[in-house]
Design a protein around this ligand. Structure first.
Ligand code: ZN
Length: 177
């Protein structure tokens, strides 16, 4: 396992739609998943999508438990792997969470999204799964799956705000070339 470098917005890989993952997973892809987990926990973050480490595939991981307030002082983990995920239904009702992103460091903004979603995805064995999510998990999944379409949470902000963020990223991190 190793920690991979996280691309910083507006790196072009982050704004490119990612390709479907094919099964069975190769050893290289299994290694990518464990490296992504190590990278996410090290960062630290609650989610990471493959394009963020420069791999343009429809694959993301989350762990919304381990940094939860209720989990303070424990080391409970709940790593989830989402392969070829799709949001097949979302609620009309929305909720607002303050979002951040490992590819947009030191930037936190409120984003309004559907409060509940139904997700269809594949696990590491290629098994098709479907489930409903709400609350912070629903937001986290929408944020991660957006990455697979080349979309970031800053795309929900005003053009002015986004331009300021890009300027700051370039200045602070030399991002995007
Ligand atoms: Zn993100």
């Amino acid at each position: 396992m190793s920690i991979r470098r996280i691309l910083i917005y507006p790196d072009p890989v982050l704004t490119t739609p990612a390709k479907q993952v094919k099964f069975p997973l190769t050893d290289e892809l299994r290694e990518l998943i464990s490296d992504m987990a190590e990278t996410m926990y090290d960062a630290p973050g609650v989610g990471l999508a493959a394009p963020q480490v420069g791999v343009s595939l429809r694959l993301a991981i989350t762990d919304t438990i381990w940094r939860n307030e209720d989990n303070k002082g424990t080391d409970t983990r709940d790593l989830k792997v989402w392969i070829n995920p799709e949001i097949i239904w979302h609620s009309e009702e929305t909720s607002v969470f303050e979002e951040g992103c490992l590819s947009v460091p030191e930037t936190y903004e409120e984003v309004e999204r559907p409060a509940a979603v139904r997700v269809r995805w594949q696990d590491e064995h290629g098994t098709r799964l479907e489930a409903d999510f709400e609350g912070f998990m629903a937001t986290a999944l929408q944020h991660e799956f957006d990455h697979l379409d080349g979309k970031l949470f800053v795309d929900y902000l005003s053009p002015l705000k986004r331009r300021m963020i890009i300027k700051r990223m370039k200045k602070r991190f030399g991002a995007g070339g």
